[in-house]
Design a protein around this ligand. Structure first.
Ligand SMILES: NC(=O)c1ccc[n+]([C@@H]2O[C@H](COP(=O)([O-])OP(=O)(O)OC[C@H]3O[C@@H](n4cnc5c(N)ncnc54)[C@H](OP(=O)(O)O)[C@@H]3O)[C@@H](O)[C@H]2O)c1
Length: 288
């Protein structure tokens, strides 16, 4: 495919390595971030840094969004100066938002004469750096065919279905991150308090059908109580759990178990772990 200039809005934890991938793949990138200091270092890669979101959008044909949540997206994308530019442009929304939020954004972009795809990702900073994210697109077939080459820069890209279904699949996966991590931290806490050697617990767990690779990935942090330098902060996991619970309510699903996990995450945040790795939810479980 030809390489159109890409306006990339949101140079946070995920945005920065994703921009690096685009540059390596030969895409001209114009980046913008609310806090300008986080975008400045990208100049070394040959990225142009725009002073405003509208400046970035005006210089590109496609706009990639890697912003925190739907309110942030609406603030940036639907500001007067940007919405006036969306006719004839494509918006690819890659953050984690709810299916209803994504469908509503799709409608707004469509009303303004633009094209909208959602493409949330599974995987974190290491996968973003390596270009091995799992990209779950929700889009019209024709839009998918036009932009699948760009999405493949970030990793394994697949079309899940129409707009909303990529977002739904992403929430389904993040519900598992929250539930599995909380369940693991709770079992770990029990065996520790009862004096069972952690290695015995892990050997039995690894040999069973209940083991998930994420348990081994998080064990070291949990045992060291070290949650600094996060790939995925607790506040974002709480956001995703809240989004899931909202959808579950709407769809008539009994999500009481996840509501319990939400309470654990809220307590972890009240304890000061909002910007730390989400495995810090262990500290809320070890409350005494
Ligand atoms: N980290 C992960 O492992 C991971 C993995 C998959 C998906 N995600 C999802 O991807 C999205 C981005 O995640 P991230 O980890 O890169 O988050 P992050 O580091 O917190 O970055 C969030 C970005 O959103 C911007 N932002 C927040 N509120 C804004 C507002 N009101 N107006 C304008 N900009 C605003 C921030 O700008 P400032 O710099 O000015 O604050 C920053 O650019 C989230 O939806 C997250 O759930 C994250």
């Amino acid at each position: 495919m030809s390489v159109p200039p890409v306006a990339f809005l949101g140079t946070g934890l995920m945005g920065r390595p994703m921009i690096r991938r685009l540059v390596q793949a030969g895409f001209p990138v114009i980046a913008w971030n609310r806090t300008a200091g986080k975008a400045e270092p990208l100049r070394e890669l040959g990225v142009r840094v725009a002073a405003t979101a509208a400046d970035a959008v005006t210089r590109a044909q496609v706009v990639v969004l890697m912003l925190a949540d739907a309110p942030a997206i609406r603030t940036v994308l639907l500001a007067d100066a940007v919405r006036a530019l969306l006719a004839g442009r494509t918006v690819i929304q890659m953050g984690t938002i709810a299916p209803t939020e994504s469908r509503s954004l799709a409608q707004d972009v469509d009303d303004l004469g633009g094209e909208y795809l959602e493409a949330p990702v599974l995987g974190s900073i290491p996968e973003a750096e390596a270009g091995t994210l799992i990209v779950m697109a929700g889009a019209e077939e024709a839009a998918w065919r036009r932009w699948r080459g760009l999405l493949a820069v970030f990793g394994e890209a697949r079309l899940v279905g129409p707009v909303g279904q990529g977002a739904a699949l992403k929430l389904a996966m993040n519900q598992l991150i929250a539930a599995e991590t909380a369940a693991f931290a709770l079992s770990l806490a029990l065996v520790e308090r009862e004096g069972v050697p952690v290695e015995t617990f892990m050997e039995v767990l690894r040999a069973s059908a209940l083991h998930a690779p994420t348990f081994d990935k998080k064990l070291e942090r949990m045992l060291a109580h070290r949650y600094t330098d996060p790939n995925f902060p607790t506040r974002h996991l709480l956001k995703d759990v809240a989004l899931f619970l909202g959808e579950a309510e709407h769809l008539g699903l009994g999500a009481e178990a996840l509501a319990g996990v939400r309470a654990v995450l809220e307590r972890a945040i009240a304890q000061g772990h909002a910007d730390e790795d989400y495995s810090a939810l262990r500290e809320a479980i070890l409350r005494r």
